[in-house]
Ligand binder design. Structure first.
Ligand SMILES: [Cu+2]
Length: 267
């Protein structure tokens, strides 16, 4: 069917509201090539005893956390999350490849990565006490493609899609050795012009970080607890991205001053 520009917005709205595909992390690959599975909410009962570094959650259907839940413990590592039983061994300064199952192009928004220090093992950590420090963020990049369905320009989510739904996470070079929870998240903004319309997809995994040997070791400090990360009316949460976007304020705290920016392929 040939579409005139005047019928396009109506068609677009239909497309967006019927796009129910959401996302989750399927696996994490270390720089040495070891692959660790993510949490699959559809895991059959018989396999639930398999220990994972990834946190479990009640996210069947790869659903999202709504802004009305942003000030509850469900924003931390998704609904009813419980810590992973293992830690992925890695080294400060190295990269991890985080693979999502898929990401719909309509679900434009920022990609954010945090670390929280477990001050010991992460296996039995109290998630409400974890203090999150942002180590990476990519929000709105440019307005290219604004006339193309779906509207809104180029976002972190588009970079992720261009990399086959994957993201490279760099562990800060100067990070103190220890156990950390990695919190990787996409916030979809396709209906964020409505109050409670943004969609957060947080995913957590435990890391055991060895020292890089750097002399200038930094303790991860200045984090915020999960319940204080975002507010329902934050500028980057309640925001209309359908139109001529010229700037975007990424929600959450500032990126850690000792984080080392890793430019994604295709960024
Ligand atoms: Cu969706």
């Amino acid at each position: 069917m040939r579409l005139s520009t005047s019928t396009l917005p109506a068609v677009l709205t239909t497309l967006i509201s019927t796009t129910s595909a959401h996302g989750r992390i399927t696996n994490i690959t270390t720089s040495s090539g070891t692959v660790y599975p993510g949490w699959d909410p559809a895991t059959p009962q018989s396999l639930l005893a398999t220990p994972l570094a990834a946190w479990r959650a009640s996210n069947l259907g790869n659903i999202f956390v709504k802004p009305s839940q942003f000030n509850t413990s469900d924003i931390i590592c998704h609904y009813n999350a419980t810590p992973g039983a293992l830690h992925i061994p890695t080294t400060a300064g190295s990269t991890l490849k985080v693979q999502w199952n898929e990401w719909p192009v309509s679900h434009k928004g920022p990609v954010l990565t945090y670390l929280a220090d477990c001050a010991g093992s992460c296996v039995d950590v109290d998630k409400e006490k974890l203090e999150w420090v942002k180590i990476d963020e990519v929000g709105w990049l440019n307005s290219s493609g604004v006339d193309v369905v779906p509207l809104g320009g180029t976002w972190g989510s588009d970079v992720l899609i261009a990399n086959k739904a994957s993201w490279m996470v760099k562990i800060p070079e100067s990070l103190n050795e220890g156990n950390y929870v990695l919190r990787h998240e996409i916030i979809a903004l396709h209906v964020a012009e409505q109050v409670n319309g943004a969609q957060a997809y947080p995913q957590c995994v435990n890391l055991k970080v060895a020292s890089s040997g750097s002399r200038d070791v930094k303790k991860l400090e200045g984090g915020v607890v999960g319940e204080n990360l975002y507010g329902i009316r934050d500028k980057g949460v309640l925001v209309d991205i359908h139109g001529n976007v010229t700037s975007y304020e990424i929600p959450g705290p500032m990126v850690w001053e000792f984080a080392t920016r890793f430019e994604q392929p295709n960024e």
